[in-house]
Design a binder for this molecule. Structure first.
Ligand code: HPA
Length: 288
C-alpha cells in the first residue's frame, strides 16, 4: 500500500463516520488549545487511535481526537491535538492528517499553535496571525517521490515545485483582522519560525532568529502548511504567545509554563475561531 492509499483508507473511514456532513473548513488545535472544539455542535467524535494509519499524539495537552460538526453555523472538522516531529514521527506522519483533510474535501485550514514570542512587544496570551514562515526544522515533508494524486482541487496543485509566496492566505488574514476589529480588538501579524525541538532554543539562537526576521518560534505548523499548499488548500495560521522566547525573561522556560499560558488564551482563541468559521466557510463554499 502506498502513502496515498493509506490516506484514502483513512478518509474513507472518516467519511463513513461523518455521514452527510461535508466540511470545507479544517481546524488544527495546538498545545493546550483544545477548548475551541467544545463549541462544535452536533459533534461526531473520532479518537485518532480508531482511524486507520493515523498517528497518535504522545504529549500531555494534546488529546488526540477528531471532532466534526457545526461551528458558528459552518460544517467543520477539528483536530484536537497533533503529533510533532520531536516525538519521533517522520514529517510524512506529522502531515498525514492534513492529507486526510484534503482527501475529505477540505478547502481551507486554520492552523493554531503555542509559540514563544521573539518580538519584544508581544505580551503573553496574545494571539498573532502568521503572515509568513521560516523553516528551520532542517527538513521538508515533501522530500521523496511527488504524488500528483494529492491535487484534490484539480488546479495546478500537486506539483513537484510550487510557489510559497502566499502560503498564509492574504484574504483569510484580512477576514481574521476584520472579524477581530468588529469586536473592537486588534490582531497583529508576525513571522513564525519552526524548529524541530524538543529542547527550547538558546538565547543566541533567538538573537539569530530575530535577525532573520522571525517574531515567533515554535515546533509545529510549518510542515502542515507546506503539505496543505501542495494540495491547494488555503491556510490561516494563528499563534498564541505562551511565553517570551529564550533569553527574554528572567525565568527558565518550561513546558508547564507554555501549557498554563495556553490554557489562559484558549477561551480567546475559541471565541475567535467560532466567529471566523462562518466567514471562511462562506468564502471557500462559494468557490466549490
Ligand atoms: N520555543 C519553541 N516552541 C515553543 C515555545 C518556544 O519558546 N513556546 C511554545 N512553543
Amino acid at each position: 500500500m502506498s502513502y496515498f492509499d493509506d490516506v484514502s483508507e483513512a478518509a474513507h473511514f472518516l467519511r463513513s463516520k461523518l455521514g452527510r456532513l461535508q466540511p470545507h473548513l479544517g481546524i488544527v488545535l495546538g498545545s493546550g488549545l483544545g477548548a475551541a472544539a467544545e463549541a462544535v455542535r452536533d459533534q461526531v467524535v473520532v479518537p485518532y487511535a480508531s482511524i486507520p494509519h493515523f498517528p497518535k499524539s504522545t504529549v500531555e495537552g494534546h488529546s488526540g481526537r477528531l471532532v466534526a460538526g457545526m461551528l458558528g453555523g459552518a460544517p467543520v472538522i477539528v483536530m484536537q491535538g497533533r503529533v510533532h516531529f520531536y516525538e519521533g514521527y517522520s514529517l510524512k506522519d506529522v502531515t498525514f492528517p492534513m492529507r486526510v483533510m484534503g482527501a475529505l474535501g477540505v478547502r481551507a485550514v486554520i492552523l493554531t499553535n503555542a509559540a514563544g514570542g521573539i518580538a519584544e512587544r508581544y505580551k503573553i496570551g496574545q494571539l498573532v496571525l502568521i503572515a509568513d514562515h521560516i523553516n528551520m526544522m532542517g527538513c521538508n515533508p515533501l522530500v521523496g517521490p511527488n504524488d500528483p494524486r494529492f491535487a484534490f482541487d484539480r488546479t495546478n496543485s500537486g506539483l513537484r515545485f510550487f510557489d510559497m509566496s502566499d502560503a498564509y492566505s492574504k484574504r483569510l488574514r484580512q477576514v481574521a483582522i476584520q472579524v477581530t476589529e468588529m469586536e473592537g480588538q486588534a490582531l497583529e501579524e508576525g513571522i513564525y519560525l519552526a524548529v524541530s525541538g524538543p529542547s527550547f532554543e538558546t538565547p543566541a539562537e533567538i538573537r539569530a532568529y530575530r535577525t532573520m526576521g522571525a517574531t515567533l518560534v515554535g515546533m509545529s505548523t510549518v510542515p502542515e502548511t507546506i503539505v496543505a499548499r501542495h494540495m491547494g488548500i488555503e491556510v490561516l495560521g494563528i499563534s498564541c504567545v505562551t511565553n517570551l522566547a529564550a533569553g527574554l525573561s528572567a525565568t527558565p522556560l518550561s513546558h508547564a509554563e507554555v501549557f498554563e499560558a495556553g490554557k489562559q488564551v484558549e477561551r480567546k482563541l475559541a471565541e475567535l475561531l467560532d466567529h471566523l468559521a462562518m466567514w471562511i466557510a462562506a468564502l471557500v463554499d462559494s468557490e466549490s
